[in-house]
Design a protein around this ligand. Structure first.
Ligand code: GDP
Ligand code: IMO
Ligand code: MG
Length: 430
């Protein structure tokens, strides 16, 4: 049996949560492999919406085991709030029964969050526009081999090790002009949250997952963030601090690449990005504002307005290439409905006229070349059969299939659970 993977192909918030919610019922396990509370995956339940941060999107399914894997970073304080919020949202969820946490996942400590804010606001550092969840600080301490992991919460000297780190970090933080909470305040909140965390199963998730595979169970690996935010392959330094790619799924979960099956890449019909950094197809005029409003493009996690741009095919081809994506899931087609024409960046053109068709960065002095395509009219959000889609949208999907070399297999036409269509290539033929 294989492990399938769902990943974002742009700069995050492509609708991964919604798609995972749709397909997770046919898996035995959903496993997060990277990131932490910087993610915000929206799920609709009983016509209400919740945003999951560290929890896998299969958490509502009684028969699905959910794994917070080794490649993630876990903030006990944020985790506790998330679980309490989840239980308020739906009292039937039982995370004590269907959630397993890797003992090797790294902890986000209270000072990681404070240092994130400190660095974002301090003129000596590059401002990334982070979610201020202490993600980079937890991962950098992991790489420095100075961090604590979930397994450490059992050790007798855990409290003193935490206190030592908090005091050390406070000495650093004292160099800024941040108003800091008292050390007692943040440590008591943290230790309370750690006690709460102890109610959940903690194990060697690598063994849990590989045993499940050998028993014929199906795993869905859930990516957070996206290809263009990957620490190695994204638009550095304006990236997150984890491996967001298919290779990151293998490494973050300890499951061999040999076991990977389908790789679902999620992309919007346009692009968005929150935070700073390169965005070649960004729209600066009123149209961007219109799309932002219609698509409700405000960060699920931080509420920040998302920047809007046209679909960027060189970046999308790059994301498909580095991940080995086998199917594309295109979301938010409904948001572009009613526009007379839409634009797509087909390639970048260098100063000397050379064409770049696959790239994760806009080469120096290059310009994105936009192709104008006929828009589609009407309200597509209640269409139930792909054959009923407007011809212009079918044209757009066929165009993408040939430009990307792999098929768009699902089209999402609204935020609702059922607003998604399975696309068969035949249906695209007029
Ligand atoms: P994720 O981080 O990739 O899981 O995506 P987010 O949940 O952060 O952001 C996607 C947003 O778009 C959420 O508010 C979803 O409810 C919404 N959404 C998902 N698919 C569609 C779609 O096809 N159309 C519209 N209008 N909204 C969608
Ligand atoms: P999901 O999983 C969109 C962005 C931040 C910032 C950069 C670094 O919901 O798609 P970090 O807090 O990770 O150090 O911030 O990455 N970012 C996201 N953007 N969706 C996300 O997650 C993101 N997680 C981080 O805005 O630009
Ligand atoms: Mg999101």
């Amino acid at each position: 049996m294989n492990m399938d993977i769902v990943l974002g192909l742009q700069w995050g918030d492509e609708g991964k949560g919604k798609f995972i919610d749709l397909i997770s019922e046919s898996y035995d396990i959903t496993a997060r492999f990277n990131g932490g509370a910087n993610a915000g995956h929206s799920i609709e339940r009983n016509r209400k919406r919740i945003t999951l941060k560290s929890l896998p999107s299969g958490i509502f399914m009684k028969n699905v085991q959910n794994v917070i894997g080794t490649g993630t970073v876990l903030d006990p304080v944020s985790f506790r709030k998330e679980i309490l919020n989840l239980q308020l949202f739906d009292e039937t969820v039982q995370p004590e029964k269907n959630l397993v946490i890797s003992k090797k996942a790294h902890l986000v400590l209270p000072t990681h969050r404070l240092l994130d804010i400190f660095m974002e606001d301090h003129p000596d550092y590059t401002t990334i526009g982070t979610t201020r969840n202490g993600i980079a600080q937890a991962y950098s301490n992991k790489i420095l081999r100075q961090n604590l992991r979930v397994c450490d919460i059992e050790s007798v000297d855990f409290k003193s090790r935490v206190q030592q780190i908090l005091q050390r970090d406070y000495r650093l933080l004292a160099n800024g002009d941040m108003v800091l909470p008292s050390l007692e305040e943040i440590s008591s909140e943290f230790f309370e949250a750690v006690e709460f965390l102890k109610k959940f199963t903690r194990t060697e998730t690598e063994i849990f997952l590989n045993t499940a595979l050998s028993e014929g169970k199906k795993i869905l690996a859930e990516g957070s963030q996206a290809a263009m935010l990957d620490i190695d392959h994204g638009t550095y330094p304006y990236v997150t601090s984890s491996s967001t790619t298919a290779a990151g799924a293998s490494s973050g979960l300890g499951v061999s690449p040999k076991k990977v099956g389908e790789i679902f890449g999620i992309a919007k019909a346009y692009c968005t990005r929150v935070g700073n950094g390169m965005f070649p197809t960004e729209i600066f005029d009123y149209l961007g504002e219109e799309i932002r409003k219609k698509g409700n493009e405000f960060g699920s996690n931080t509420g920040r307005p998302r920047r809007i741009g046209w679909l960027d095919l060189p970046a999308l081809r790059y994301a498909i290439m580095i991940n080995g994506v086998t199917q594309v899931i295109l979301t938010k087609a409904d948001v572009l409905s009613g526009m007379k024409s839409i634009e797509v960046c087909t390639h970048y053109e260098l100063e000397n006229g050379k064409i770049v068709s696959v790239s994760g960065t806009l080469p120096e002095n290059a310009r994105p070349v936009l192709k104008s395509m006929e828009g589609w009219g009407g309200d597509i959000s209640s269409i139930e059969d792909a054959s009923d889609l407007p011809d212009e949208l079918k044209e757009f999907l066929s165009f993408l299939n040939s430009e990307l070399g792999i098929p768009v297999t699902y089209l999402s036409i609204g935020p609702g659970r059922n607003q998604i269509l399975k696309i068969k290539e035949l249906e695209l033929v007029k």
